[in-house]
Design a protein around this ligand. Sequence first.
Ligand code: SF4
Length: 496
Amino acid sequence: MTAPLPLFPTPTEEVVYPAPIKAVEAGSPAERAGVRPGDQLLRVNGKAVTDILAYRHLLTQGTAVLEISRPKSLPFFANRQDHHTVKPDDEAQTFTFSVEWEDPGLEFEEVLFDGIKKCANKCDFCYVHQMPRGFRKSLYIMDDDFRLSFLYGSFVTLTNLTEQDINRIQEENLSPLYVSVHTANQELRQDMMKWWKLKVKDPQAVNIRGMIERLENIDFYTQIVLLPGRNDGDYLDETLEYLTSRPNVLSAAAVPIGLTDHRKNLAEVHAFNREQAQDVLRRLNIWREKLYAERGTRFVFPSDEFYLLAGEPLPSEEDYEGFPMLENGVGMIRDFLGSDGLGRDSLPPLPAALPSPMRVILGTGLLFAQTLDQAVEPLRAIEGLSLEVRALENQTFGKVTTVAGLLTGRCFRHGIQVAEADLLLVPPTTLRYGTELMIDNTSLTELGEFLQMPVRPGGSTLAELARIILEGIQSSGPQFGMSAHAVKESQGQSNL
Ligand code: SF4
């Protein structure tokens, strides 16, 4: 009778994370050593490698001996997420080659070899907990991985860090990091984020002030998700008082809580009303003016949603200081409209008339519809062009979700009649990065077949939108999504 397999590696067994190799650069040391796509990197200088950052760090030490395996069988513990134990008698062929101050020429399938790090919190405002069922698995991953923050700018809370992680951030100088602070008041932060004691590996990691100060050589871009009546008002001032006092905190984005109709097992929270949004802007403007006068930067940047909710004019293009937080919804509308606020300075020359009449619908969320409607006014002077901005209710997440980026195929099928236009343009933000798929996996082709009209992504600027309408061409346009999303996609397929 054979002995049962151990469920977990014993402390004496080495855990390695075989990293599948996607491509080998022609003429590189790896190619000369006979490495082929499909092989796996096991170790560098005898050490298991957890991710691309650790790999690159090991290469910076000069001589690097890379151990490669050519698998003949599935890895041992193949079902235990990404932790594969390589037994000494594994049937895989292994070989090594070395480089000295040289790029080996390997491209990996993933940037994280040991899997994505999950969060240790249950935030009152968590979007994952507000997702309806049935979407692709990657959307339910509650990732909180400092490596993705460094690589792609995704926001992390730091509450799941281990002592080893903290040391690593310092040693490898993983700067800047993007951190969700929410509040600098520790009791309030705990109350809002509700981290799980059992999931917190190092009690120091939940102390946001302690972490910012301990990682004093790491730059931080921070984010404050605001909940009305919780961390706004005087708490917001307290947070900015603290963040602005730390030289390694470069900026803060202030974003209102996003709600859906699918909140489950979460504290009762409300959306911002006009007066509350105005109060946030009033407080932030005092900080922005003061800091600009003192330091030449406004430091804190309210998201577009706050201006729309408050009914107040957007800041000028210059006020966004280069749009560093575009992907966080800070400045997207200004960027769309251009410097004159109407997008007219960047519009292509407009014809007096179209060769043949065309009816175009611009589908968007409730929040942006009025602004878009005003912005496209100059195009309405073109004879033969009938242009309608259609404000679509969110049929998937609920009426409370008004942003364009969360519209799904269902919303367009519900809000647009079959064959009622010659062209439908959808916001590029509704599309999954690098694809023509919406969040519910509806493709533009499928939507077009259903609605019996061409469906294309609109532009991320008014000038692009105008060009797409006039040229009638398909344009993928710049898409707001981060490569961290792509990492989650692949993790979702392999891990869940
Ligand atoms: S950190 Fe908070 S918001 Fe982010 S996934 Fe975890 S619980 Fe959700």
